[in-house]
Design a protein around this ligand. Structure first.
Ligand code: NAD
Ligand code: DAU
Length: 358
């Protein structure tokens, strides 16, 4: 038994599906079901007794304590977070509450539970904290990629809140001996990603004939990792990572946003050409830049490769093709997530006219 937080979100749901296929041991999934949480992601597990869903907040100590005592997990894999940078700019409070205070309360309950375990179980217990490369800040074009010893320099309320949570996790190891592991990963893409993030937003807007909004000059660089590869990396770290260590996870796929958008458009042109006869790239438009927009992220993933033998299996070309295909094949999922709340967000972020670009 393991306890997963945020298992109804993008990466958490991919992780639970991957875990049950690969490991098979049961999962308790604690999720608050915010706008980003979606149990349809786990529809394949509807009749699977190995998935136990608990609706609640990681900041609810009483609930977390009860789940730990009842299910006696051998590990906590902590995904739950507010995860979208643009939302953190519009309203940072939820990010402070969940990412910092929520992680603190989860750590407190984990410490109490772990402290009361018999010694063999205590020895085996792990708290794996899923974090981001954004805690390291922004790179110049010629800087080496982020390593595990790069100094923290978060620039958005989101990345600052994740950095704070990383520090708390580290402190619980050094102060109380809690057996923690931290992973810092680059941009994920794949099935079940909520269409506020770049790749699914571009796919959906293109299919709907809406403008494809590029922030600033479109030359910001991100490192892209297929979500299935991230899930495998987390399993490896959980099983064989050294307590107290952090592991950077990345895809060795540095791309400008314009490169990514043009790639998605070209795949759509091939798989589902627009009824207008125009290439989808004709919809590209430039919009106001994100405030404090980090220019470049890149990950040095040699430590996890050296110590745990993990390497990504997907290239960007193979992963992005699978991803576009998944969105084309899952119209019902898209319909379900593009609710009124989604439309309100699009209008808040991109202007009164949903999808309008300057
Ligand atoms: P997501 O926004 O898709 O999902 C977050 C999930 O957490 C949702 O199911 C939501 O309902 C749940 N949640 C939010 N607040 C909660 C609370 N207080 N209590 C319980 N559940 C709550 O996020 P994601 O993209 O799947 O990211 C998962 C984790 O991975 C996050 O910690 C994020 O910082 C990290 N991460 C994401 C990426 C990426 O590219 N998406 C990259 C590196 C790291
Ligand atoms: O690096 C890991 C991080 O990647 C995770 O920690 C975050 O949870 C995840 O959201 C992601 O953050 P980004 O800000 O990099 O992802 P996003 O998809 O929001 O944006 C990717 C890039 O595309 C970024 O440079 C901003 C740009 N962008 C984004 C949107 C939504 C656009 O140009 N237009 C858009 O409409």
């Amino acid at each position: 038994m393991i306890l997963v937080t945020g298992g109804a979100g993008f990466i958490g749901s991919n992780f639970i599906l991957d875990w049950l296929a690969a490991e098979g041991s049961p999962v308790v999934n604690l999720d608050k079901l915010t706008y980003a949480g979606n149990l349809h992601n786990l529809a394949a597990l509807q009749n699977d007794a190995r998935h136990i869903f608990a609706h609640g907040d990681i900041g609810d100590g009483e609930l977390v304590g009860r789940l730990l005592r009842e299910h006696r997990p051998r590990a906590i894999v902590h995904f739950a977070a507010e995860s979208h940078v643009d939302r953190s700019i519009h309203g940072p409070a939820d990010f402070i509450r969940t990412n910092i205070d929520g992680t603190f309360r989860l750590l407190e309950e984990a410490r109490a539970y772990w402290g009361g375990l018999p010694s063999a179980e205590r020895e085996a217990f792990r708290f794996l904290h899923v974090s981001t490369d954004e805690v390291y800040g922004s790179l110049e074009p010629d800087d080496p990629p982020f390593s595990e010893t790069t100094a923290y320099a978060p620039n958005s309320p989101y990345s600052a809140s994740k950095a704070a949570s990383d520090h708390l996790v580290r402190a619980y190891h050094h102060t109380y001996g809690l057996p923690v592991l931290t992973t810092n990963c680059s941009n994920n893409y794949g099935a079940f990603q909520f269409p506020e993030k770049l790749i699914p937003l571009i796919i959906l807007n293109a299919l709907n004939g809406k403008p494809l909004p590029v922030y600033g000059d479109g030359l910001n660089i991100r490192d892209w990792l297929y979500v299935g590869d991230h899930c495998t990396a987390i399993r490896e770290v959980l099983q064989r990572g050294r307590c107290g260590e952090t592991y950077n996870i990345g895809g060795w796929n540095e791309k400008t946003n314009l490169d990514v958008i043009h790639t998605v458009c070209a795949i759509l042109d091939e798989l589902q050409p627009a009824a207008t006869g125009q290439p989808y790239a004709a919809l590209i438009g430039y919009v106001k830049d994100r405030p404090g927009h980090d220019r470049r992220y890149a990950i040095d993933a040699r430590k996890i490769e050296r110590e745990l033998g993990w390497k990504p299996q997907e290239t960007f070309d193979s992963g992005i093709r699978k991803t576009v295909r998944w969105y084309l094949d899952n119209a019902a999922w898209i319909h379900n997530v593009t609710s009124g709340a989604y439309r309100d967000w699009v209008s808040k972020q991109y202007g009164a006219e949903p999808g309008a670009v300057s």
